[in-house]
Design a protein around this ligand. Structure first.
Ligand code: PHE
Length: 466
């Protein structure tokens, strides 16, 4: 084993960091909106099914690959003896890079909202949508300008990330997660109690517990699948990097089950906080999605609560923790690759990388409302389209890079490195992998077929996965 590589100093450190990577804006910002759209209880069931049968085997695969190779994402594919597959690592690194460009900016908006709820909640309550767009440079009188405030907060958010990463895996990431993750759970529990005891919240809770099969369509499956991959941090080879810091004594299947369990628990908690709360305060019709969901619709929720702006601050702090731990994993994975591949210094690599990510991310924030730059896209229903650049950036990662990289991992492990090697990696030190046979079938046939289906269908039918 390469002695120069960092290792997690404790079992808890790794679990918290991997769970920290998984639990992020995806769980709290995206999941509740998707669960609502997908029919509440029915979506939850399908999501659970996908996490168990596709998410867990893929996570186990990435962790085993990393631990077997003890190197970065590109090196992994070369070191395990198959140069022809290093494109999977490059794709993962590219995916992590592009996601960070915009993820860090959304993290910046979250930081902005912590201050907004602390300093000027009345201004948000007065016009939640107007406040959000004003931050993004579209003003109530219809004029636009460069969204300096949002950009400044994104810079601050990336700065925070850089400091934690420069301090290294044990010094920075582990310590940060040990405080951040339990704090996050605690905050979620407080908000859960607050939310489900609001008058009128019962209808929302019932909605989240009801199986309404009429609402289920093929789209629900694709939405749940895309959400599960994104949420578990699969398909960007992030977990290969994290697995490479893991000692040979660890029980990988147990860790996988724990991480997937925690990630899903947080997503479900967020769903049971946000959906009932919005039912209680706004009524069904006005429930928002995406940006609107986390930044706009919730304003009505906090406004209607006693001590609402305090809960607002708490909520955005929670989202900030979650976004930070995920963003750190994204940057760390690119930094680990660059420093090992090219022998660059960790500190300067991190600084330059964060700067470049910030600059590219500015395009994401600016094209939300203020600057009309476009990207280009294609699907079988709409042909060639020119979506706003910000949407294009998300399509590129969510619809193309993540599924392709996940598919590459499945094919590499299923047919080249072979499931037996994964099983051997897992079963060192007397650990027994009881589901080895099931795993082999899933990783060779079921997972690649399902991923290929989303990839193709998102292009053929224009299914929305972002
Ligand atoms: N899983 C994180 C979330 O749910 C996002 C993420 C994706 C982080 C991919 C790392 C890699 O927000």
């Amino acid at each position: 084993m390469d002695n120069n590589r960092a290792q997690w100093s404790s079992k808890l450190g790794f679990i918290l960091a991997a769970a920290g990577s998984a639990i992020g804006l995806g769980n709290i910002w995206k999941f509740p909106g998707r669960a609502f759209e997908g029919g509440g209880g029915s979506f939850l069931l399908i999501y659970l099914f996908i996490v168990i049968f596709l998410g867990m085997p893929l996570m186990l695969t990435e962790l085993s690959l990393g631990r077997a190779s003890q190197t970065n994402i590109v090196g992994t594919f070369k070191k395990l003896g198959h140069r022809g597959y290093s494109w999977v690592g490059w794709l993962g690194a590219a995916g992590a890079f592009f996601i960070t460009c915009y993820y860090s900016h959304v993290g910046g908006w979250v930081l902005r909202y912590v201050f907004s709820y602390a300093l000027e909640p009345a201004e948000i309550y007065q016009n939640p949508l107007g406040y959000f767009y004003n931050m993004l440079g579209l003003h109530p009188d219809g004029t636009t300008s460069i969204p300096w405030t949002a950009l400044l907060f994104a810079a601050a958010f990336l700065f925070l990330n850089a400091i934690i990463i420069i301090r290294g895996v044990e010094g920075g990431i582990e310590k940060f997660n040990k405080i951040g993750m339990p704090a996050l759970f605690l905050l979620l529990l407080i908000l859960l109690v607050r939310s489900i005891t609001l008058p009128g919240a019962g209808e929302g809770v019932r909605y989240m517990l009801t199986l309404d099969l009429e609402k289920v369509s093929i789209n629900t499956f694709f939405s749940a699948l895309g959400q599960a991959f994104y949420s578990l941090s699969i398909g960007m080879a992030i977990l290969i990097t994290y697995g490479s810091y893991l000692s040979k004594e660890e029980d990988l299947p147990r860790n996988t089950a724990l991480i997937c369990g925690m990630d899903t628990l947080v997503a479900f908690l967020a769903g049971f906080i946000i959906v009932p709360a919005v039912f209680a305060t706004l009524g069904r019709g006005e429930i928002g999605k995406g940006g609107g969901f986390a930044f706009v619709s919730l304003a009505g929720v906090f406004e209607g609560m006693p001590g609402g702006s305090l809960f607002g601050v708490l909520f955005y702090l929670l989202l900030l923790f979650a976004a930070l731990t995920s963003c750190i994993s994204l940057i760390e994975s690119v930094v680990a690759f660059l420093t090992e591949q090219f022998g660059w210094k960790r500190k300067w690599t991190t600084i330059v990388l964060c700067l470049v990510m910030f600059l590219i991310g500015c395009l994401y924030t600016c094209t939300q409302a203020a600057v009309p730059l476009k990207g280009i896209w294609f699907d079988g229903v709409n042909g060639i389209t020119y979506p706003p650049l910000c949407d294009f950036m998300e399509y590129l990662t969510d619809r193309l890079i993540i599924p392709l990289c996940a598919l590459g991992c499945c094919i590499f492990v299923g047919w080249v490195w072979k499931p037996e090697s994964v099983i051997a990696e897992i079963e060192q030190n007397g650990i027994r992998f009881r589901l080895a046979k099931v795993y082999t079938v899933l990783i060779r046939f079921i997972a690649p077929a399902a991923i290929l289906a989303i990839l193709l269908l998102s292009f053929i039918s224009g299914v929305t996965l972002s």
